[in-house]
Design a protein. Sequence first.
Length: 226
Amino acid sequence: MSTPDHQSPLPDASRPEAKDRIYRSPAGIAGGALLLFIAGWLGVDALVSGTGRTPWLALAALILVVPLVAAFTLRPAVYANEDRLRIRNPLRVIALPWSKVASLRSSYSNEVVATDGTKYQLWAVPVSLRARKKVAKHQGRAATGSRGVEGRMAGMGRPSPFGRGAVADAPTRSQTDQAMDDLRGLAEARAQEPEAQGEVTVRWAYEVIGPAIAGAVVLAILIATG
């Protein structure tokens, strides 16, 4: 749950390299794998069995679609260590030393706000309103059940089998909210450290953009000349 593209600006050779915590979306990976399988199946069938211009159209479509599907499903990841936060989004890689992180926000999407006010979305840590509701519902049931049993046992003059930790055992945060809490903790703890200083860097994912543009151009030419 790849090593970082960007390191601290002045690495110390005597200091061991900080290990990354990696956050990814299992649902995004599963969905992307399924879409790529379908695209590959249909595309290869068109290449092998198609006639006339069909194989060329299928090839151009694959060159366009495959990089984009992979970029928006398999590629997103968030890497965090003691020095910096690195965000691998579909079309960009952003590296922020913790000193440049102003806040990490969660609403309908998760995002990091840099000290200059620039916002970067965390594609690999999507917000799940359903998961939030599920956790809240589970907590409510656990609390209600614990109080009911405690009342019945008290009426019988017997101690409750649940104890004080019964409600605490219920999940208090969804998985993505917990990930954001972890990142906030790192940002607060490391922002003032010398190793966490530096500048924000942004690199465009030309390995995704290039093939997608090439496929779009070829597909447009084939359609226009058809």
